[in-house]
Design a protein around this ligand. Structure first.
Ligand code: G2I
Length: 456
């Protein structure tokens, strides 16, 4: 089993990891980030989520654009620059310049990156559009392998396959050159992606899958259930959530999110925009995500209305002049009021969210390992005891030959033998009986790991 709760990296935490100065880190841990509660990313991070946006590379020279981007968001999706036609314009000639620019902009500022997308019937390069059969299958798998390898360690989640299901009442697959290579093309893509980047979460991403009663939603649900049952490496499902008059938000959206989550995958809202940007609809979407423990975060598909692929629908959170809309205020308020119940949603908490006192009831840590030949990913769950935690330390002894190469959502000392892990700025405060997660990737063999946890 892979992680059950996404802990998006807050800017403060990542800046901290980069600095690596213990004294500075202790000071930072003591206080919440200065922007907590006042920006989308910081407020989402306080709820263990991220708040992201699609970014168009050519806009990074627009300072009005980057001012909002850098202030508000802690997750970035390349709007077009990681698509197949952008990254492999000629067969076996890969082009990463535009995508790398976005990745570097994001990561150098402590934002994480979602990869979009490795395999799609649309936006294929011309050479691929005209291919079929086993040659196309091989070309697609090579593309997945090459691109996921290039961005290995830099992309936290990939839309491995995008929009593979048909609209309408069939609930089946969309016809495409990729689909005609055989129904197993999707799982083949996921396996190739896992092999290339074992640390990235692997998502299936689609639109018009928001309404639980729609055949397309059920078709994707059945595929994910089948993948989980057969061990196909899928970690998450992306709900694009382009809401408009023809495809409106519906109140069963929360049921959709929680039903998929119950299959054992994370769910993410990946391309949110809402025709007319109703504040109450935006609020509902945020509340729905916060009500589902495995809803990791929300990405809006652009910053200002003028940045939208549907600009005339004014569907985003900022006006074309960069000012905040009512929908922005609604989203921020929903993030700040939100709670993080477990799945299925439980009764609302009776106490308002407060800063917990230092923990006295200890904590426990459990680990789940995804081992492959030569390496593994470990996801560690830290659970507070009878008192809230205000900081935690987990100790994990690694068998000889195991070496940590990469980690997330915790500070580490040691990469072999006894390793010690402490909370980062955004996940040290854990309510009584509540949990948070961190993880790491390592070379070698995990064997059976026995983490121990202490409060503080
Ligand atoms: O169509 C909205 C989204 C639906 N889900 C998948 C997303 O990848 C998709 O994004 C849109 C981008 O927002 C558009 O910007 O995907 C379109 C098609 O890839 C993008 O449009 C393309 C135009 O079709 C091209 O002509 C143009 O060169 O944008 C390109 C770059 O501006």
């Amino acid at each position: 089993m892979r992680s059950t709760r996404w802990k998006a990296a807050s800017r403060a935490a990542l800046a901290l990891a980069g600095a690596g100065a213990l004294a500075a880190s202790m000071a930072l841990f003591a206080t919440a980030p200065a922007s907590a509660g006042t920006t989308l990313g910081a407020s989402a991070a306080e709820k263990g989520r991220y708040f992201g946006t699609a970014v168009a590379g050519f806009k990074l020279s627009d300072s009005a654009y980057t001012t909002i981007l850098n202030r508000e968001f802690n997750m970035v999706t390349a709007e077009n620059e990681m698509k197949m036609n952008a990254t492999e314009p000629q067969q076996n000639q890969f082009s990463y310049g535009a995508a790398d620019q976005i990745v570097n902009h994001a990561r150098s500022r402590g934002m994480s990156v979602r990869g979009h997308t490795l395999a799609w019937h649309s936006q294929q390069p011309g050479w691929m559009e005209s291919m079929s059969g086993s040659a196309l299958r091989q070309a697609m798998l090579n593309h997945v392998t090459q691109v996921a390898t290039h961005f290995r360690g830099q992309v936290v989640a990939w839309d491995v396959v995008n929009e593979a299901f048909a609209d309408g009442s069939s609930g089946g697959r969309r016809d495409s050159n990729l689909q005609r290579t055989g129904n197993d093309w999707i799982e083949a893509a996921f396996r190739a992606a896992r092999a290339a980047d074992p640390g990235a979460k692997l998502c299936y991403n689609d639109y018009n899958t928001d309404n639980w009663t729609h055949a397309k939603t059920q078709g994707v649900y059945n595929m994910v259930r089948d993948f989980k049952a057969r061990g196909v490496p899928i970690d998450c499902v992306g709900f694009q959530s382009h809401f408009n008059n023809d495809s409106p938000y519906v109140s069963n959206y929360r049921t959709t999110l929680s039903s998929f989550a119950a299959l054992g995958v994370d769910v993410q809202i990946t391309e949110l925009d809402i025709q007319g940007a109703s504040a109450s609809t935006y609020r509902s979407v945020v509340e729905d995500c916060l009500a589902v423990a495995r809803c990791n975060g929300i990405t809006v598909w652009g910053i200002r209305d003028s940045d939208s692929w549907r600009a005339s629908q004014t569907p985003l959170l900022f006006n074309s002049n960069g000012s905040k809309k009512a929908a922005y205020d609604a989203v921020l308020a929903a993030l700040n009021n939100g709670t993080t119940p477990t799945d299925p949603p439980t009764d609302p908490p009776t106490d308002p969210p407060t800063t917990p006192p230092p923990g006295t009831g200890g904590c426990t840590a459990t680990v789940s390992v995804n081992q492959w030949n030569g390496g593994f990913v470990a996801n560690v769950r830290v659970t507070a005891g009878s008192s809230a935690l205000n900081g935690w330390t987990v100790s994990i002894g690694l068998p000889s030959g195991a070496t940590v190469t990469n980690a997330w959502s915790a500070n580490r000392s040691g990469n072999t033998g006894t390793t010690n892990w402490t909370n980062v700025a955004y996940n040290g405060q854990v309510g009584a009986g509540q949990s948070t997660e961190f993880g790491f990737q390592a070379n070698g063999t995990a064997g059976s790991l026995s983490p121990t946890c202490s409060a503080g």
